[in-house]
Design a protein around this ligand. Structure first.
Ligand code: PRX
Length: 702
């Protein structure tokens, strides 16, 4: 950083942070080359203070205020969360004579259970839409930007309510009610957000499946959740590429039918990218959105839901088995997403908020839809891709709508860096006041570019660590409260008690600097309640490895200031471009190919994607491994899981995989080979056949 070789950097390098909010990180302090090693070193250790102009108006504006609020949130949760919950509408207030939450995190003491806001009745849709439609009907709710630069639409609060009510009425008319499942497979059009809200309004449990998943992946989610209705579109455009969405749904439904699951209705939005007339149409199941939804009455009653009634399920990958339906409930998720949105994004009424995540992932659920809408933020919803029609598209959108808070993933930042600073500098980004990062660790170089080139050194960066399971931010800077360190997610959000556990002993590390497995002590409002239909799997995955704690699956380091640095997954989950992919899923897809006998998949470092997928394959007897075969294997994964899970490298293992005598694949060795760190392979004597490693190395590049 320009200011690293001056006062701030001196202190930062030693991590000794004495917060001085008056310190303005934007003060010009000289230029330095990023390529200089010394600068790189200090960039890694830098501490960046929020500018005074930001601090002065922030909801939380000092470390002391943060500390006081944090202490209260942990020591007196009823008082702390009560104040936040009271900012929202409860049809029946929760019972304040009872503890605000009750939970058991210890499998040895009985089933894992979590509940918040006992006896309360509320509705997410009412809080996210009706309140604002009543107070500010003409105000902007959604700013939709299509794939093409001339496609856009403003949806006001009143319009949003009407459209949500129409869909709610339609769903009710076909017998969907409280507790029923609805699957949503839509691109980033307003219909997607409307669909989620309509389900919430009537108490139906939505399951959004990212519209980049394959028919097989969709089918397995349909089979698990058995929805009556699927909401979808004819197609979409991703850049210059038309995507036939309904075709995938048709195939998914056919596959699920073979497994005995009968979807009754498919409601199809006629997307301009692909006219309905060009889609296969089955009158007995398909319905045109404009015929059946847009003709409904524009008002519809709200179903009042108990705090612990399910809101949605969202499938996510783990290290083993099929994706899990992570189940979130009503009251806690509402309060958690609202509180984090308000404090982490320091929300102000004039903000224009843009979260680039697709609503098919948790980031889109919590910070494209629920959190911002509950807080009455104006939200940009973008259907296209960041590089179409050119690499300046994101910055054009910031410029066009006057975006003030921009929230994205490091992979997007890294992919845009290579187009050069001019692409950014030629757009007016002066409205930006806060930047966010999510999904994977952000490397300090990308952080620095984001801070300097996009944020012009005046925007704090919130590096938010959280998960599908946690529902809302867990470890993150509060932008005006304390300094940020590039690459560190910093301190816990209110009510979150992270701890580091020694993976060998299962014991908590003592306070202070250390590195271990990241666990959470005690329940927070927005946490998942179960794996839909499989509570045992919930307990085994998250609560059995380190009894008494919620196990995150991540490793982390804590520095002397109590800042957390997430080091990545400690299980067999690969994080590709911020998307979580289970190695088991890719492996089972590869062996679906009739010529593939065995597969083992590991992650390796990738400049843009963070991690990429490296697949080791063993072919069936007599099968020749050719370039064509490689392509077929990649295609198999694309069609079974989805394009984003396609392996970057396929490595043939002619004499098999490295296995122990008991038949366990030694992934440690495979990770070293994938990383081109042959010297680090180490001891192979425990392998059933140590020579296998040499054969694998010989076949690199084939
Ligand atoms: O490994 C962590 C990584 O993403 C995982 C959660 O993935 P998912 O459930 O798909 O949710 C992604 C969006 C919340 C985590 O276990 N991760 C997420 N955010 C960060 C991160 N790793 C480092 N820094 C982050 N800010």
């Amino acid at each position: 950083f320009g200011n690293n070789d001056h006062g701030i950097a001196g202190r930062a390098r030693k991590y000794r942070v004495t917060l001085d909010p008056r310190m303005d990180s934007t003060s010009p302090t000289g230029e330095a080359s990023v390529h200089d090693d010394a600068m790189k070193e200090s960039a890694l250790n830098a501490t960046v203070y929020p500018p005074a102009s930001f601090v002065n108006n922030a909801h939380v504006s000092s470390l002391k205020q943060y500390n006081d609020m944090y202490r209260e949130s942990v020591d007196r949760p009823a008082k702390f969360w009560g104040k936040i919950a009271d900012e929202l509408y409860w049809h029946t207030p929760y019972d304040k004579s009872k503890p605000v939450h009750s939970f058991n995190f210890d499998v040895r003491k009985g089933p894992i259970s979590i509940s918040w806001f006992p006896g309360g009745k509320t509705n997410l849709c009412y809080n996210a839409v009706d309140r604002h439609a009543a107070s500010d009907p003409k105000g902007t709710a959604l700013l939709w930007e299509g794939n093409e630069t001339n496609q856009d639409e403003v949806v006001t609060w009143a319009q949003l309510k009407e459209r949500v009510c129409q869909l709610a009425n339609y769903l009710r008319s076909v017998g969907v009610g409280k507790g029923d499942n609805v699957t949503i497979y839509l691109p980033m059009v307003p219909h997607l957000v409307i669909s989620m809200l309509a389900c919430a309004r009537i108490g139906a449990v939505h399951s959004v499946v990212f519209a980049g998943f394959s028919a097989d992946a969709l089918a397995s989610r349909l089979v698990d959740s058995k929805p009556k209705v699927v909401l979808t579109s004819t197609g979409t455009m991703r850049g210059a590429k038309p995507i036939p969405i309904k075709k995938v749904v048709d195939a998914g439904i056919k596959l699920s039918k073979d497994k005995g699951v009968h979807v009754e209705r498919v409601v199809v939005y006629d997307h301009p990218a692909l006219p309905l007339a060009q889609c296969n149409w089955d009158e007995s199941i398909d319905a045109n959105w404009s015929d059946v939804v847009d003709t409904q009455p524009k008002d519809s009653p709200v179903e009042w839901m108990d705090s612990e009634d399910p809101l949605f399920r969202l499938y996510t990958s783990g290290s083993t088995g099929t994706p899990k339906g992570v189940l979130h409930t009503t009251g806690g998720y509402m309060v958690g997403t609202y509180a984090t949105f308000k404090y982490v994004f320091d929300h102000k009424p004039d903000d224009v908020f843009w979260c680039t995540a697709d609503a098919g992932w948790i980031t889109g659920h919590s910070y494209l839809a629920y959190g911002p809408l509950i807080a009455k933020a104006k939200c940009v919803v973008f259907e296209g891709v960041p590089t179409y029609p050119d690499a300046g598209r994101c910055w054009d959108i910031v410029d066009k709508y006057g975006v003030t808070v921009f929230y994205t993933a490091p992979t997007l930042i890294r992919s845009l860096i290579r187009f050069g600073d001019d692409v950014v500098n030629s757009r007016d980004l002066s409205t930006l006041r806060l930047l966010g990062s999510v999904g994977e660790p952000i490397n300090p170089e990308a952080w620095k570019w984001y801070h300097e080139v996009v944020g012009k050194r005046k925007c704090p960066i919130v590096d938010t660590w959280w998960q599908t399971e946690t529902g809302a931010h867990m470890i993150t800077p509060l932008p005006g409260a304390f300094a940020q360190k590039p690459g560190s997610a910093s301190r816990p959000f209110f009510g979150v008690v992270p701890t580091l556990v020694d993976s060998q002993t299962g014991k908590e590390l003592p306070p202070g600097p250390g590195e271990g497995v990241l666990c959470i002590k005690g329940a927070w409002p927005s946490m998942m309640r179960t794996v839909a239909g499989n509570h045992q799997r919930f307990e085994e995955t998250y609560f059995s490895t380190y009894p008494g704690f919620y196990f995150t699956g991540d490793g982390a380091r804590r520095d002397e200031d109590g800042y957390f640095w997430i080091t990545g997954r400690v299980d067999d989950v690969i994080n590709v471009s911020g998307h979580r992919i289970g190695t088991a899923e890719v492996e089972s897809a590869l062996v679906e190919h009739d010529k593939c006998a065995e597969a083992a998949v590991v992650g390796y470092e990738h400049d843009i994607k963070g991690q990429a997928i490296y697949a080791f394959v063993v072919m069936k007897e007599g099968v020749e491994f050719t370039a064509e075969m490689k392509k077929e294997l990649v295609m198999t994964v694309r069609s079974i899981v989805g394009a984003f899970a396609a392996p970057d490298t396929i490595h043939w293992c002619p004499t098999g995989l490295p296995k122990t005598r008991s038949g366990k694949i030694m992934r440690r060795i495979l990770r070293k080979i994938a990383a081109h760190e042959e010297d680090g392979i180490g001891d192979t004597s425990t392998l059933a056949d140590p020579a296998v490693v040499n054969t694998i190395l010989e076949w690199r590049g084939n």
